[in-house]
Design a protein. Structure first.
Length: 141
């Protein structure tokens, strides 16, 4: 069964609450530090409570609503998040390419203005660096 992100988030909140109810040694911060990793979550619960892995896994699976296992829910959520990140990266690359092409067209269409702007920017950056280096030398004395 594939769950949508909203369902997974709702289940995750329920799981976090039930974990904290069952094992009072575990805090929300402990759970957040696992960053959604089922293996880290299981290991952290084992470490804090001394319970066996099978007991922890069994309890976690029973807490997820809708008959789905915790592993399936978190895996689906992970894949959806990865897809969103991949789409964002692609959109960012397209924006960068478009900006580069626009800058390239500007330089080709106005070469003298481009040289003047580059020279001015370099001069200003050099002046700022000179001021910073000079002021740090005076502080050191």
């Amino acid at each position: 069964m594939t769950l949508n992100i909203k369902t997974v988030q709702e289940s995750w909140d329920e799981v976090k609450a039930k974990i904290c109810d069952r094992w009072d040694k575990i805090t929300d911060r402990d759970i957040q530090q696992t960053r959604g990793s089922v293996e880290q979550l299981i290991g952290m619960i084992q470490l804090r409570t001394g319970e066996s892995r099978s007991a922890v896994v069994s309890y976690l699976e029973s807490t997820v609503s809708g008959g789905s296992t915790l592993m399936t829910s978190l895996t689906d959520y992970y894949h959806a998040t990865a897809e969103t990140m991949r789409d964002t990266a692609q959109n960012t690359m397209q924006s960068i390419r478009a900006g580069y092409e626009e800058a390239e067209e500007f330089v080709e269409g106005r070469p003298m203005e481009s040289v003047a702007v580059s020279f001015g920017a370099g001069f200003i950056a050099g002046a700022i660096l000179t001021c910073l280096v000079g002021s740090s030398r005076h502080r050191g004395r």
